[in-house]
Design a binder for this molecule. Structure first.
Ligand code: ATP
Ligand code: MG
Length: 388
């Protein structure tokens, strides 16, 4: 039915499931374009709920909350990967929902996700599903050392254990309560990168440039985006792979595909996120269309125009750790950081800083990659972020 729909124009109300920072930045983008917004999140102080025109305070499975959201909105999207797919399917009976519940369900399940990569002919890490003691016992030595990952609900490196031997693997699975897992072979990574695509109802697709990502302790720390940040062959392969993953899902919306580049130059897909992604935040200041505007355009059926990068970019994630020094609370020296040219501060309005909690990000734009990196290193030194 969606192809028959006329575009939903500014003035209409757009809904988002989830009230985190991704929802907040979606709300900002939608409001800048003249839309009204509604957020569904049980937390009365959620970052997106605080800035939205309407805030439905209910859980994702509350039929009344979903009905209220449907009543308010002309279209709905999601910002939270683990929104029950059933909630999206329920809403889709009444109004356009993108991405679809079926696509989100695949992204929520590492085993289904890997099966999809195989279907699309995009290589992923060698792996085995571990859901029974027999499967555990059958794990081949070729998958060790490896990383045991829960099939569902993992993020920011949570629900993962690095294991070197069969004994460590068994102990780690026990410690995880023997929930469904996949064991992935530990690969020799030289870079990590990601590609964000936006696919419309009509199958038209555009992409952001390849983002080079540095993770620390399983959490994204730095993203660098400029031509040459990843060798050209891998960059072209990554874009083609991301497009094929999106087409294969008949996906509508913004999709992030994360990759590993290995020491032999080969490219391996890691995982997908069915929404804007932390590694795409630089697009707010370095692209002429941000990933959040792309989300608005996809869900409303507005045209997708290939985004252009106008500045070299670095993004530094601002984790709660920066709000402490020697165990004592402090306020980071924002005034010093903002004295540096091309710095753009984004804080999500979370009042409670905790180590490893994503509190905000700093985008740095410059005419050249060297300048962007130089300013990023200065900002990192001021804030207490380790150099990269
Ligand atoms: P996200 O916050 O991106 O959703 P996640 O918790 O789903 O993260 P993954 O992306 O699976 O976790 O892994 C987190 C990080 O751990 C990766 O970015 C990479 O640095 C490292 N990692 C994961 N799998 C492997 C692997 N098979 N080999 C080597 N390193 C890996
Ligand atoms: Mg990841």
């Amino acid at each position: 039915m969606s192809e028959l729909l006329a575009p939903i124009l500014p003035g209409a109300t757009l809904g988002v499931l989830g009230g985190g920072q991704l929802g907040q930045m979606f709300v900002h983008a939608a409001q800048a374009m003249g839309y009204r917004t509604a957020v569904l999140d049980a937390d009365p102080t959620s970052p997106a709920g605080l800035v939205s025109h309407a805030h439905v305070r209910s859980g994702y499975e509350d039929p009344q909350g979903l009905a209220e959201l449907a009543q308010l909105c002309a279209a709905v999207t999601t910002e939270f990967e683990n929104v029950p797919a059933a909630a999206l399917r329920t809403l889709a009976l009444q109004l356009p929902v993108s991405p679809a519940g079926d696509a989100v369900a695949i992204a929520q399940d590492r085993a289904a996700e890997k099966a999809h990569f195989v279907r699309c002919g995009v290589p992923c890490a060698p792996y085995a599903e571990i859901t029974t003691p027999a499967q555990l016992a059958a794990v081949g030595a070729n998958l060790l050392p490896g990383i045991l990952k829960t099939t569902r609900m993992g993020y920011d490196g949570k629900g993962q254990a690095r294991v070197r031997t069969a004994a460590e693997l068994a102990a780690a699975w026990d410690a995880m309560g023997r929930v469904d897992c996949v064991l992935e072979k530990m690969l020799p990574l030289v870079h990590e990168c990601s590609v964000i695509v936006a696919r419309g109802r009509d199958g038209a697709i555009v992409h952001l440039p390849v983002q080079r990502n540095l993770h620390r302790d399983g959490i994204l720390a730095v993203t660098e985006v400029h031509a040459g940040n990843v060798p050209e062959t891998q960059a072209a392969q990554a874009v083609a792979a991301a497009e094929s993953v999106a087409h294969g899902l008949n996906y509508v919306g913004v999709l992030c595909v994360e990759f590993f580049v290995l020491d032999d130059g080969s490219l391996v897909v890691n995982e997908i996120a069915p929404r804007p992604h932390n590694s795409g935040h630089y697009s707010q200041n370095a692209m002429d269309v941000s990933q959040f505007e792309l989300q608005v355009r996809c869900m409303t059926g507005l045209p997708l125009v290939q985004p252009r990068q106008h500045s070299a970019a670095v993004m530094l994630n601002l984790l709660g750790d920066l709000w402490f020094q020697d165990g004592m609370p402090r306020t980071p020296a924002w005034d010093q950081v903002l004295a540096l040219p091309g710095t753009h501060l984004h804080l999500y309005g979370k009042t409670d800083a905790k180590p490893a909690r994503k509190m905000g990000h700093l985008n740095i734009t410059a005419a050249t990659p060297e300048q962007a990196r130089g300013v990023a290193l200065q900002a990192a030194a001021i804030l207490g972020i380790a150099p990269y």
